[in-house]
Design a protein around this ligand. Structure first.
Ligand code: PEP
Length: 250
């Protein structure tokens, strides 16, 4: 039985005061971590404060990106060891917005996944197809290649600790959601790819989220599917009420 994981991705939204108000409001209301892993991936400058607010609660804090080196002359970047030093638990890696606007490659994603694990950070590895790829029946090929490259060179034990987020790009922030059956079929394909690389036990342990316009009205059906173990949520994670409603249905 895989524990669901619901991760909010705030992207570049919220002022500092809004972030603090949200975290103070939800920290005592999130369901027990025995039931669901509740994560908020916030803008980097808010992380130390949010980690403090969430300490000793069932809310976990994540970053939205990181460099793959622990230190060096990389002006403006934030390293995995720096995130670990302020007790950040998760990091989104390879979000489609980073791939599209910041030229993040599969190779960089693979290095970041390794760096995250080396620093005790759980990577939430994003993959997903464009509308054009979907319409030309290339969805499975695209996600299989992204997942294969992201997961290259690990041990089965390491892979078990990762989270994969299947996020069709055409469904992110558009209000369009993949049908639960379609999302489940692609998540099942991802599990097959993991099985081919790392065996059945690893494939049945790794958690696979769906992301793309998830909201309180559609999460129940998505989570009822065999291969969907949670959600990566943008817009609907910005309001405390809807974030809690998502968690309470997991
Ligand atoms: C995301 O940011 O990864 C995402 C899925 O956004 P939204 O839920 O707004 O579509």
């Amino acid at each position: 039985m895989r524990k669901p994981i619901i991760a909010g991705n705030w992207k570049m939204f919220k002022t500092f005061d809004e972030a603090v108000e949200f975290a103070e409001n939800v920290r005592e209301k999130v369901p027990s971590e025995e039931k669901v892993d509740a994560v908020i991936c916030a803008p980097a400058i808010y992380l130390p404060t949010l980690v403090d607010i969430a300490a000793e609660t069932d809310l976990a804090i994540g970053a939205q990106n990181m460099h793959f080196e622990n230190e060096g002359a990389f002006t403006g970047e934030i390293s995995p060891s720096q995130l670990a030093s302020i007790h950040v638990d998760y990091c989104i890696i390879g979000h489609s917005e980073r791939r599209e606007y910041f030229n993040e490659t599969d190779e960089a994603v693979n290095k970041k996944v390794r760096a995250a694990l080396m620093n005790g950070i759980v990577p939430i590895i994003c993959c997903g197809e464009t509308l054009e790829e979907r319409e030309s029946a290339k969805t499975e090929e695209k996600v299989a290649s992204q997942v294969t490259e992201a997961l290259e060179g690990f041990s089965p034990e390491e892979v078990k600790h990762m989270v994969i987020a299947y996020e069709p790009i055409w469904a992110i922030g558009t209000g369009k959601t993949a049908t639960a059956d379609d999302a489940n079929a692609v998540c099942g394909k991802i599990r097959e790819v993991v099985e081919g690389l790392y065996g059945e036990e690893t494939a049945s342990t790794i958690r696979i989220q769906y992301g793309g316009s998830v909201k309180p009205e559609n999460i129940e059906e998505l989570l009822s599917k065999e291969h969907i173990d949670g959600a990566l949520v943008g817009g609907a994670s910005l309001q405390a009420d809807s974030y809690l409603a998502l968690l309470n249905q997991a």
